[in-house]
Design a protein. Structure first.
Length: 330
């Protein structure tokens, strides 16, 4: 029940208000109902409040910074049958991200996005027809590029080292693990294992690190929180907003499925959801500033012994480990 926590919370708030307006407040059954509803609301708020401006920011806001230290990434799940590539190309030309990451992109999408290559010549291409194709286009050099299939055949991830304009190198992991599905994975074990091994791979690194993509999981879920705890990476949405990217067609049923996490080496310049390109996901544009000396005292979630034990069980169930994850630049 991780996905609909916001919707359940809204319903609980409405029911709670209705209890006070329409119910007999002298009746014990009314107060029993109010108590149950209030507990439900509090429980949902515990999960989702961090993704509102009511919560302290996990990542500092950049006040200034030289262009050489900036890094902008546009992540877009294009939806394979969607054929509105022009809309995405226009967004790229308008916002001029340093890196474009496309998910669910097949050979047709690769052909269309070749129009971006004069300005974004550093590419990693993995066109697939199974909804798990992936492409990266970059203005900045990409070193040690590698396509991996960490948990499942046919479900790739891309790993590289991005060379910033300052010459500093950033280790990046672009991911799109498969969701639980009646036709693919009855449970979320494969998705969870991919997140866990990447988290274990990055936690002890001193490099600047970014992990981004469509995780097929909401920001507040137990497994996404586990990823944050084990990896030590920060979530720039905490204290700012949910930035719901899915589903485009259902405003009342939207969730934050597209994510970007980063190490303490960065502070946030901006994060915003971009207009629809005809996919079921909105694109997400994140602009970071590389300032290691200013980000040292940023702190995310902390893992305890139970978290480490749970992550170990998840990885062992799928017979994968952190050693399966490429470590560009290490």
């Amino acid at each position: 029940m991780d996905f609909p926590r916001l919707q359940i919370g809204v319903i609980a708030a409405v029911v709670l208000l209705a209890d006070f307006i329409f119910m007999d407040l002298h009746a014990s059954v009314t107060w029993a109902l109010i108590s149950v509803t209030a507990l439900c609301l509090i429980w949902q708020l515990w999960w989702i409040l961090p993704y509102t401006p009511l919560w302290p920011k996990e990542v500092k806001t950049a006040t200034d910074g030289s262009p050489e230290r900036q890094l902008s990434i546009l992540t877009s799940n294009v939806l394979t049958p969607n054929r509105n590539a022009d809309a995405l190309i226009k967004l790229v030309k308008l916002h001029q991200p340093d890196i474009l990451v496309t998910l669910e992109s097949d050979q047709w999408w690769e052909n269309q996005l070749s129009a971006l290559e004069p300005d974004m010549p550093y590419c990693v291409k993995c066109p697939l027809d199974n909804l798990y194709g992936m492409h990266v286009y970059s203005k900045l050099p990409l070193e040690a590029r590698e396509i991996s299939y960490l948990v499942e055949q046919g479900v790739p991830s891309i790993h590289a080292s991005v060379v910033l304009r300052t010459g500093d190198k950033v280790r990046v992991h672009f991911i799109h693990p498969a969701p639980p599905s009646p036709t693919e994975n009855p449970e979320s074990a494969e998705r969870d294992a991919e997140l866990v091994v990447i988290a274990k791979s990055v936690v002890d690194s001193d490099q600047p690190i970014i992990v981004t993509g469509d995780l097929n999981d909401v920001a507040w879920s137990a497994t996404t929180r586990l990823f944050r705890k084990i990896s030590g990476l920060l979530d720039p949405r905490v204290g700012r907003g949910m930035y719901n990217t899915f589903h485009v067609d259902y405003p009342l049923l939207r969730w934050p499925l597209d994510h970007l996490f980063h190490s303490q080496h960065f502070v946030l310049m901006s994060i915003k959801r971009l207009p629809s390109i005809g996919s079921d996901h909105f694109p997400l544009l994140t602009k970071l500033l590389f300032v290691p000396q200013r980000g040292d005292n940023q702190e995310g979630l902390q893992a305890d012994a139970a978290d480490h034990e749970w992550s170990k069980e998840i990885a062992e169930e799928q017979n994968v480990s952190k050693h399966d994850v490429p470590e560009p630049g290490e």
